[in-house]
Design a protein around this ligand. Structure first.
Ligand code: GDP
Length: 443
């Protein structure tokens, strides 16, 4: 699948970092060397890789990482943010004309998916309660007009055509006029592609640009072609001032190079990402989502962010150590509950952890705000020995604790069960995200 190689390699790098309690400058350098190779192998532009690594390194070697109790997490976070930035930072929206119709000119080489994408774009607009018109301007590729007409019929969007004997410039002009007269608020002009960029093509596109004055010039590129797609984008942009790029075939085996380089090389944002041959609504391109997809982390990243802003680093590090060395007590349990609650509802946090949603005993782990007080009372009714060694809490001790805390034995049982579950879970949690200390880590 797309990005598979890159994702795997990056996860490898970060896995190694996560295994370290302290990260030295050497560690960062080594990790960055591997990230660099991974990006190059994913066919990311050489210059782009160089700048990217320099940026990440600068931030990583700064205080942010070294002082953190979870350096691996901080580096993932930095890489994630820089990847997002690389792809444009925030979502770049489709332009809208002050006075309709908004004219969208589609350009691209043959086979990039221009006609298919025009259909997807029309469907997206139609689903957004707009009234798009498709204009069949590709008179050279055999059956391109027919293809667009079939697409249009399929999604119920009208297609304007003057056959293949009229010049594409005239078709585009007449198409936009037709849209105005018929109350269409968007016009999508499908233009002719070529197998390669040539002067005749560019000249024709410039003329279409001239007569239609498009609000949006979208270049459709095939992401599977990697750097070639980036070169095509660069050439087009030099001659035609694109306003956006559409990456197609992201469902395929793309290594990621095009997605990661286009914006940096051309300065032109990726506005949409297309997948599949079926006509489904075109999807806006979200740099931050793409970055986390590339990192293979999903919601893990938002959890890392939350954890960083909410958890007291020193306390958490101490807790980590205790958990590893099995010193984790009921008093720690209480404190841990407080810390974790700062992240939000526990069940929600669990959902964000890969694999965690299947963890056993999760259902019993709901943290009820009102219950925390009762839990506190139960823990306070334990003797020090009991808090330190919950294993010794037998039935008669449970009865005593229940009486002392004004609760009942069932509640005490439940809490002890929760404690054991939490211990197990924290073990998984820390082996997944946390640093491993000098004692050799979890067994
Ligand atoms: P055009 O020459 O640029 O107009 O390209 P077409 O729209 O005719 O698409 C060329 C081929 O690529 C067709 O077989 C499409 O079905 C296919 N195609 C287009 N977009 C995608 C996509 O996002 N994913 C996949 N897998 N195939 C696509």
């Amino acid at each position: 699948a797309a990005f598979e190689g890159l994702t795997g390699r990056l996860q490898n790098v970060f896995g190694k970092l996560r295994g370290k309690g302290k990260v030295s400058e050497d560690d960062v350098n080594e990790a960055m060397r591997e990230v660099r190779l991974a990006l190059l192998e994913a066919d990311v532009n050489f210059k782009v890789v160089k700048e990217f690594i320099a940026k990440v390194k600068e931030r990583a070697i700064g205080q942010e990482v070294m002082k953190s109790f979870t350096p691996g997490m901080v580096i993932i976070d930095i890489v994630n943010k820089e990847l997002t930035e690389l792809m444009g930072g925030t979502q770049s929206k489709l332009a809208k004309a002050n006075r309709p119709p908004t004219v969208i000119m589609m350009a691209g080489l043959q086979g990039a998916g221009k006609t298919t994408t025009s259909g997807k774009l029309a469907l997206m607009l139609q689903k957004g309660n707009h009234k798009p018109l498709l204009v069949a301007g590709d008179i050279y590729r055999p059956a391109a007009i027919k293809q667009l007409q079939v697409l249009g019929a399929q999604i119920g969007v009208p297609v304007f055509s003057l056959g293949d004997q009229t010049s594409p410039v005239e078709i585009a002009r007449a198409g936009v006029a037709h849209a105005k007269e018929n109350g269409h608020d968007y016009v999508i002009v499908d233009t002719a592609g070529r197998l390669h960029i040539d002067e005749a093509l560019m000249e024709e596109l410039k003329q279409i640009h001239e007569v239609t004055k498009p609000d949006e010039v979208l270049l459709v590129v095939d992401s599977m072609t990697g750097q070639e797609a980036v070169n095509v984008a660069k050439s087009f942009h030099e001659q035609l001032e694109l306003t956006g790029v559409v990456l197609t075939k992201l469902d395929g085996d793309t290594r990621g190079g095009a997605a990661l380089s286009v914006k940096a090389v051309t300065g032109c944002p990726i506005k949409f990402a297309a997948t599949g041959e079926k006509i489904v609504p075109l999807e806006p391109f979200h740099p931050e989502r793409m970055a986390s997809r590339i990192l293979g982390m999903g919601d893990m990243l938002s959890l890392i962010e939350k954890a960083q802003s909410n958890i007291d680093a020193e306390k958490a590090a101490e807790m980590e150590r205790k958990m590893r060395t099995a010193e984790f007590t009921f008093e720690d349990f209480l404190e841990q509950m407080e810390q974790v609650r700062k992240l939000g509802p526990l069940d929600q946090i669990m959902e964000m952890l890969p694999g965690m949603n299947k963890a056993k005993g999760l259902k019993d782990l709901k943290v009820d705000e009102k219950q925390v007080g009762r839990v506190e009372a139960i823990v306070k009714s334990m003797t020090i020995a009991e808090k330190r060694k919950p294993e010794i809490i037998n039935h008669s001790r449970r009865r005593r604790i229940a009486a002392g805390s004004g609760t009942n034995v069932a509640e005490v049982n439940r809490l002890i069960k929760q404690f054991e579950d939490m211990r197990k879970m924290m073990k998984q949690f820390s082996s997944m995200m946390g640093p491993k200390g000098p004692k050799g880590g979890m067994k």
